[in-house]
Every structure is written in structure tokens, then in C-alpha cells.
Ligand binder design. Structure first.
Ligand code: ZN
Length: 76
């Protein structure tokens, strides 16, 4: 998990991924991050669809892994 700031709902989230890389005149591109619920519901609107789709897939995989870990931890 990579906790961070979700630009879409404007608050921190347990897991965020960069979904858009904003080109700037000078310096490195700025990454705009979103949490899974925001990214998952918005991928169709993003002009940078590929990065957003990858981010959604990565976060879904991480969420699935963390759920399976949680089941083991709380067994019994
Ligand atoms: Zn969000």
C-alpha cells in the first residue's frame, strides 16, 4: 500500500496511485494521484486513460492481496 493524497476527493487515502502525469514547462512531470474509488469511477473521463487504467489495476491487486492477508490474520 502507498498511502498518500488523493487529488480527486481532496484528502488522504490508504492507497493512491498516480493516474495523470502533468507535463510542465520545466522540470519533471507532476504526478496527480487518486485513490481506487476515485480512479475506478473516473477512468473513462481521463485524457491519460492508460496510466489511470494501470493505476486502477495495480490498486485492485493490492486491495485483493491485503484482503486475503486480513482473512488469515483474523482467522479463528
Ligand atoms: Zn479519492
Amino acid at each position: 500500500m502507498s498511502a498518500g493524497y488523493c487529488t480527486w476527493h481532496r484528502d488522504t487515502a490508504e492507497d493512491v496511485e498516480p493516474i495523470i502525469f502533468e507535463e510542465r514547462g520545466s522540470g519533471p512531470a507532476a504526478a496527480v494521484s487518486a485513490c481506487l474509488p476515485c480512479a475506478n469511477g473516473s477512468t473513462e473521463r481521463f485524457p491519460y486513460g492508460k496510466a489511470a487504467q494501470v493505476a486502477v489495476r495495480v490498486m485492485k491487486e493490492r486491495a485483493a492481496r491485503s484482503r486475503s492477508r486480513a482473512r488469515k490474520v483474523h482467522r479463528g
